[in-house]
Design a protein around this ligand. Structure first.
Ligand SMILES: [Fe+2]
Length: 245
């Protein structure tokens, strides 16, 4: 039963309080493939407060074809969600960013330089999962030159990184921050993501953790991951930048 996830008691030793802030979520209703209703967003945000989060960065997809979101519209919707959350007496700070897909239309964004960034500082980007992007190092360099601090979302999920470890290595050398998904550590996407996450952690490359929450299935996987012994050890052993946001 999917909705049991909202009732299950959270283990007080299995929270994410140490992180304080979730930097990757899809909780603005009906703007992408994430939350489909205010009801789901309310329940999820309440659940995330129980998990120990006190701040969530809303990062809807910005893509040139599938999710053509507009920054001003997203800011308005985020404000509406803030009101709804306050009306429901949930204590959670909501800040706004975006998850920008580097696709064939991405270069146009550089011309307008209009991005929603976390704390007006960090720009969250993602790549195609299956296909390497030509000229990515130059593009990242350009973004950084413009003053954007670039975070790459879930590096453990890009299939071509597995055969080409030099790609993430070069990005790291360029000063790109890496954000792994918490549920990747427990194999929510694939078993391979566990290997990749552990490799990045061992290299000291994982700067942030995120939920990347889209729906109830993600939420359930998140609650489970919080209770996973190996993930708890990582949380206890390593420091992440989430709580600086
Ligand atoms: Fe995402």
């Amino acid at each position: 039963m999917i909705f049991d996830i909202f009732r299950k008691k959270i283990d007080p030793n299995g929270t994410l309080e140490v992180l304080k802030t979730d930097i990757h979520s899809h909780l603005i209703p009906k703007v992408d493939d994430g939350s489909h209703s205010y009801d789901f967003s309310i329940k999820s945000i309440r659940r995330m407060a129980e998990l120990g989060y006190s701040k969530i960065c809303l990062t809807p997809h910005f893509q040139s074809y599938k999710f053509k979101n507009d920054e001003d519209d997203i800011l308005e919707r985020a404000e509406k969600l803030r009101q709804v959350i306050a009306e429901n007496n949930i204590k959670m700070e909501l800040i706004v960013g975006g998850e920008y897909l580097v696709d064939s239309g991405f270069r146009k964004r550089l011309e307008t330089n209009r991005f929603l960034k976390m704390n007006n500082q960090y720009l969250l980007i993602e790549f195609s999962f299956n296909q390497a992007i030509l000229g990515i190092n130059e593009l990242v360099f350009e973004l950084q030159k413009m003053g954007h601090e670039v975070i790459l979302a879930h590096p453990e999920r890009y299939i071509y990184f597995y055969e080409h470890p030099e790609i993430p290595k070069q990005l790291k050398d360029q000063g790109v921050y890496f954000q792994s998904n918490i549920t990747s550590f427990t194999g929510f996407y694939s078993k391979r993501t566990i290997v990749e996450c552990n490799k990045y952690i061992a290299n000291g490359w994982t700067d942030f953790l995120g939920t990347d929450i889209h729906n109830s299935i993600y939420l359930e996987a998140l609650v489970k991951a919080c209770q996973d012994r190996k993930f708890r050890k990582i949380l206890d052993t390593y420091q992440f930048l989430n709580n600086t946001i």
